[in-house]
Design a protein around this ligand. Structure first.
Ligand code: AR6
Length: 191
């Protein structure tokens, strides 16, 4: 496993690590859900298995969630206090597709929900880059730019945003984008 990459936006830590999001001891982990919020494969399946059956009961009560939006539940048996269920887009490469806006919005809504619920630390997977086929380099750009903008906009009361990348390929794609972003912005530094 590579060493985590630690960057800062002002006082807020922005981190990349390779690993399993279900094991994260943060206030909220973000799930890459689908709009029915009834569980699925990939990271969604792993989160539901680790949280236990109460999670499905909780998401069923919420009902649908549109692509680009997010909903919050308790984390039940997870170390995380909350799960934020974000729905990313199924990748559409056609010109004028809404995929980038929807992916950005899924991140922004998740960060807003984290702040509204008093979270200080939050972990994201690489939303939409599995079953939903978003190319990971493009998804990394949207995820990191949106997060950087959110953390730069106003003091959002978060102390840590961590991207937990499951594969070496995803970690390396996020690292490349983070280093480019740090080179081109004055309030993002890598330790
Ligand atoms: N920890 C961190 N990342 C993980 C883990 C894990 N335990 N397991 C997989 N990943 P995907 P999507 C990575 O397919 O593309 C589900 O069925 C994985 O390697 O989980 O947004 C939902 O119910 C990939 O990089 O989510 C939806 O129907 C990333 O998580 C649909 O898939 C996202 O892959 C959502 O598709």
């Amino acid at each position: 496993m590579p060493e985590p990459i630690i960057a800062h936006v002002g006082d807020i830590q922005l981190e990349l690590t390779q690993g399993d999001i279900t094991e994260q001891a943060v206030d909220a982990i973000v799930n890459a859900a689908n709009s029915s919020l009834t569980g699925g494969g990939g990271v969604d399946g792993a989160i539901h298995r680790a949280a236990g059956p109460q999670l499905l009961e909780a998401t069923k009560k919420i009902g649908m969630c549109a692509a680009g939006d997010a909903k919050i539940t308790p984390g039940f048996q997870l170390k995380a206090k909350y799960v934020i269920h974000a729905v990313g887009p199924i990748y559409d490469a056609r010109p004028g597709s809404k995929s980038p806006e929807q992916l950005a919005s899924a991140h922004q809504r998740s960060l807003q929900l984290a702040v509204e619920n008093g979270c200080k630390t939050v972990a994201f997977p690489a939303i939409s880059t599995g079953v939903y086929r978003y190319p990971v380099d493009k998804a990394a750009e949207v995820a990191l730019k949106t997060t950087h903008q959110f953390l730069s906009a106003e003091p959002p009361a978060l102390t840590l945003v961590r991207f937990v990348l499951f594969s070496a390929g995803a970690f390396s794609a996020f690292e490349t984008v983070l280093r480019q972003l740090a080179a081109n912005t004055d309030n993002l530094t890598i330790a």
